[in-house]
Design a binder for this molecule. Structure first.
Ligand SMILES: Cc1ncc(COP(=O)(O)O)c(C=O)c1O
Length: 431
C-alpha cells in the first residue's frame, strides 16, 4: 500500500501542530507508522491522499451514522449555506432540530445546543452543581467525557479514591472534586453514597461505556445507580455523546428504559458538523441563563448550517427499521468475524451493540471494567491493525477505540471485511 503522500503531509503537519495533529489519537501513536490523510468519503468508504480506498469503521469517531457525504445531509448543508453561515441570533433551524429531538425522546424535556461533546459535558456538570449547590462529582474509571478539567481524572485501582488528574495542567484541588469508581461494582457505589452522598452534585457515566473498549454494564448496576441518585438528590448524567442516536434514537437511556436527569449529546446530532447538546428535566434545565443563574453561552451555538446537517441526519435515523437494520448489520459483522476465532480456537472475540463493535483479545467478550481488559490487547491490536489496513479496512487507530457501523455499510462491505479479518487473524495467530 502506498503511503508516500500521506507521509509527506504528516512531516509538514509536524512543523505546524504539536505531534502533527489537532487531536491526539489521530497521530497513529499506538499503531505505529504515520497517519493517513483522508481526502474523500462516499458512503461507507474513504480515500486517502495516495489514492487508497478503505471500508471505514471509524466514521469520524461516530458522527457519520448515515455514512460519508449522504446526499440528504449534503443537500441540507448546501441549502443552509446559501442563506449565510451564522447570524448570532435565534434561527428557526434550532427550533426544528429541537422539536425533532424532543418529539422523539422521552427523557429530554428541554435542550441547549453547544458546539462539541466536551462543551456539553462541561456545561451539564456546571448545571448540576448550580442546581444542587454541591461541588463533588463522581465518574467511572474507563469512561471518557471529553477534556474538561474535572473529567480528565482517573483513580488508583481498587476503592473509590480522590481523583488525580491524568493530564498536566489540572490543579490538584480541582481534580480532588472528582471521585472515581470502578464500573459495574454495586458494592463500591453503595459505599461511596453512604459516606459522601450529601456532597455529590452529579454522577456522570457513559451508560454504554465505549471509550476504553465497549464495557457493557449490568442493567442491575445502572438501575441501582438511578435509585441511589434519586434517593440522595444527586443529578444523574448519562453521557450519550457516543450512544445517543446510535443504539436507538433515545440512545442507551431508551434501550435500558432508565430516565437520567440530564443527557449529554454530540457526534451524530451534528450530522458531521460540530454540534453538542445537553438536555433533560425541565426543572433542572430552568437553572441555565438567561432563565436561571448558571451561565453558559456560545458564539456559534445552534449554528444554522450545523443544525440543518443534524436535522437531515436525525430524520434519516427516524426512518422505519433504521435501528433494526443497523443492529442486524452489526450482528452480521461481529458474528462473521468471531466465527473464525471460534472455529480456530483463538483467544479473540467481538463485543457489540447496535452500530458499535469492539475487538477483544480474549475468549470472553464480556469485559465490563478496565481491569478485565487483556494486558496484551494493544500489542495484538497494533499488528492486526496494520494487516487490516493492507486489506483495505480502516478502524480507529487504538485498541481501546470501538468501531462504528453505519446504515450505508452494505452486506458486500461486511462480507469483504469478514474475509479481511479472517486473513489478518490467520497471520496474527500464525494459523
Ligand atoms: C462519551 C463521550 N463524551 C464526551 C466526548 C467529547 O466529545 P467531543 O470530542 O465532541 O468534545 C466524547 C468524545 O469522544 C465521548 O465519547
Amino acid at each position: 500500500m502506498k503511503r508516500e503522500i500521506s507521509n509527506t503531509h504528516f512531516q509538514e503537519a509536524k512543523t505546524f501542530f504539536p505531534g502533527g495533529v489537532n487531536s491526539p489519537v489521530r497521530a497513529f501513536g499506538s499503531v505505529a507508522g504515520s497517519p493517513l490523510f483522508m481526502v474523500k468519503g462516499k458512503g461507507s468508504q474513504i480515500q486517502d491522499a495516495d489514492g487508497n480506498w478503505f471500508i471505514d469503521y471509524c466514521c469520524s469517531w461516530g458522527p457519520l451514522i448515515a455514512g460519508h457525504a449522504h446526499p440528504k445531509v449534503q443537500e441540507a448543508i448546501i441549502g443552509a449555506v446559501e442563506n449565510g453561515t451564522s447570524f448570532g441570533t435565534p434561527t428557526v433551524q434550532e427550533n426544528d432540530l429541537a422539536r425533532l429531538i424532543l418529539d422523539n425522546h422521552r427523557f429530554i424535556e428541554k435542550i441547549r445546543f453547544v458546539s462539541s461533546g466536551t462543551e456539553a459535558v462541561m456545561s451539564a456538570i456546571r448545571l448540576a452543581r448550580g442546581y444542587t449547590k454541591r461541588d463533588k462529582i463522581v465518574k467511572f474509571e474507563g469512561c471518557y467525557h471529553g477534556h474538561a478539567d474535572a473529567l480528565l481524572v482517573k483513580a488508583g485501582s481498587g476503592l473509590a479514591t480522590l481523583g488525580t488528574s491524568s493530564s498536566l495542567g489540572v490543579p490538584e484541588s480541582y481534580a480532588a472534586q472528582t471521585l472515581v469508581l470502578p464500573l459495574n461494582d454495586i458494592a463500591k457505589l453503595e459505599a461511596l453514597f453512604e459516606s459522601e452522598a450529601k456532597a455529590i452534585a452529579a454522577v456522570i457515566i457513559e451508560p454504554m461505556p465505549a471509550n476504553n473498549g465497549l464495557l457493557l454494564q449490568d442493567l442491575s448496576f445502572l438501575k441501582r445507580l438511578r435509585a441511589l441518585c434519586t434517593e440522595h438528590g444527586v443529578v444523574l448524567i448519562f453521557d450519550e455523546v457516543i450512544s445517543g442516536f446510535r443504539v436507538g434514537f433515545e440512545g442507551a437511556s431508551g434501550v435500558y428504559n432508565i430516565a437520567p436527569d440530564l443527557i449529554t449529546l454530540g457526534k451524530i446530532i451534528g450530522g458531521g458538523l460540530p454540534v453538542g447538546a445537553y438536555g433533560g428535566k425541565k426543572e433542572i434545565m430552568a437553572c441555565i441563563a438567561p432563565e436561571g443563574g448558571v451561565y453558559q453561552a456560545g458564539t456559534l451555538s445552534g449554528n444554522p448550517v450545523a443544525m440543518s446537517a443534524g436535522y437531515a441526519q436525525l430524520s434519516l435515523c427516524l426512518a422505519e427499521n433504521f435501528y433494526a437494520d443497523l443492529r442486524a448489520k452489526t450482528a452480521y459483522l461481529a458474528e462473521g468475524i468471531q466465527k473464525y476465532s471460534i472455529e480456530n480456537n483463538i483467544p479473540f472475540s467481538v463485543q457489540w451493540v447496535c452500530g458499535i463493535f469492539w475487538l477483544v483479545f480474549d475468549k470472553n467478550p464480556q469485559v465490563q471494567n478496565t481491569a478485565q481488559i487483556h494486558e496484551k490487547s494493544s500489542e495484538y491490536f497494533k499488528i492486526l491493525y496494520n494487516f487490516l489496513l493492507e486489506e483495505g479496512i480502516y478502524l480507529g487507530p487504538s485498541a481501546y477505540e470501538v468501531g462504528f457501523v453505519s446504515a450505508v455499510h452494505s452486506y458486500e462491505d461486511l462480507d469483504k471485511t469478514i474475509v479481511a479479518f479472517h486473513k489478518s487473524l490467520q497471520k496474527l495467530y500464525n494459523i
